[in-house]
Each structure stands twice: as structure tokens, then as C-alpha cells.
Design a protein around this ligand. Sequence first.
Ligand SMILES: CC(C)(COP(=O)(O)OP(=O)(O)OC[C@H]1O[C@@H](n2cnc3c(N)ncnc32)[C@H](O)[C@@H]1OP(=O)(O)O)[C@@H](O)C(=O)NCCC(=O)NCCS
Length: 215
Amino acid sequence: MTSGTGLVIRKERKKDFRVVENLIREAFWNRYIPGCSEHLVLHKLRKHADFIPELDLVAEKDGRITGQIVFSRAVIRDDRGEEKEVISFGPVSVLPEFQKLGIGSALIKHAIGLARDMGFAAVCIYGDPRYYSRFGFRCAEKYDIRTSDGKFAAALLALELRPGALKDTPGRFMESSAFAINESELLKFDTRFPPKEKAETESQREFMTLVSLRY
Ligand SMILES: CC(C)(COP(=O)(O)OP(=O)(O)OC[C@H]1O[C@@H](n2cnc3c(N)ncnc32)[C@H](O)[C@@H]1OP(=O)(O)O)[C@@H](O)C(=O)NCCC(=O)NCCS
């Protein structure tokens, strides 16, 4: 897809892998934790059964990859162990010098449209409601959807792609196992990238406040 602003949104290709992982690392570095793990999440996800290749997209501006988004399969599991398939996205990121220009919104809107056309029922994510509400996401509590450990959470958000898709499907949101990262694999993987300083930041404190809102 090409928009009026010269932004091209297309599928990620094998030759983009390295550039995209570095982009993610630049965007996430020190944002939520000292350092970040999201570049390794995509690296693992591409080989995982929950990966959705049609929804692994990059945004290109003047031939340069400036943003990315990827979706994966997930489920809502009810108390009897029955599962409803949903999808989730993340990482989603834009190179710091290209943020606040609408690239993230363009990627999210385009990908959600594709996901709807592909017939997926609903999207669940962990994210900041102040950002994602503009795409129609609502607190998952509205649909009686809890975290994997059975709590409601302010950062757990849901969007129906088909009206009514989340009606009467209470349960726990179980994201892909591709998101489980261990510290030693992350440290090893990170040595493939240019050195960066880890630091504690205000955005990490804000994030901890948001994710601790569980009830
Ligand atoms: C989140 C991200 C992908 C948005 O991309 P973007 O191209 O900057 O977004 P857009 O230009 O479409 O929208 C910018 C708006 O979103 C807001 N926004 C972005 N991230 C936000 C957040 N976490 N919480 C609240 N608002 C946020 C900006 O303040 C701006 O608001 P405005 O429209 O009122 O000025 C980008 O900021 C990014 O890469 N962040 C680091 C990685 C990250 O946090 N990813 C999301 C993890 S859930």
C-alpha cells in the first residue's frame, strides 16, 4: 500500500530481517526496561507456529525502512479449558527520528484492516490505552478477558474485528510462547548488534505504574 505521504507498507522480506531487528532495538531501547528484548521476540517469532507472515509488515519512506508491525496467534482460554483464537500484535515500532509523524498509526490501521479481511475475529494486546483507544481498542475487562494469571489489567486491551466476536467469550488471554525470553539468550543475541548503554528512565517508571494496575 502507498499512501499520499509517500509511505509504502509492505510485507517484511528475508533481506530486511537485520535492518528491522535493529530498528526495533533502536525504538525500544531503555523504553520499558534497561535495554530491551523486542528485537529477539521478532527473531524467534518468525520461526514460531504462531507467526502470521501476511501480517509481518514494514513501512518504507523514501526507500528506508522506518517502522514495523508483526502479529501472532493467541487464544482466550475459558475456565473449562476451551479456547477461542484471537490475534495479537507486537512488537510495533518506528525509528525514534521518525516518530510522531503518523507512521505507527498508518501501520496499525493498515494491518488491522488486513487482519479483518483475513477473517480473524479479534485482537488482544498489552499496551497503553491512551494510544490504542484511537484505533478502537477497549479495556479487555469490558469483555471479561483477564491476564494469563486471572487478573483484570488496565493495559490489557481488546478490539473486535467482527462485531460481537468477543461477546460471551470470557477467559484468560494467553499470548504466544514466542514472547517468553530468557535473560541469557537475550544477552547472547544482543552481542550481534552495536553496543548500547542500558539506563533507567522515566518511561520505565511510567510503564511499571501502568502494568501494575491489576485487580
Ligand atoms: C508507539 C509507536 C509505534 C507509535 O508510532 P508513531 O509513528 O510515533 O505514532 P503516530 O505518529 O502514529 O502517533 C503519535 C501519537 O501517539 C502518541 N503515543 C505514542 N506512543 C504512545 C504511548 N505509549 N502512550 C501514549 N501515547 C503514545 C504520541 O504522543 C502521539 O500523540 P499525538 O497524536 O496526540 O501527538 C512509536 O512511538 C514507537 O516506536 N515507540 C517505541 C516502541 C513502543 O513503545 N511500541 C509500542 C509498544 S506497546
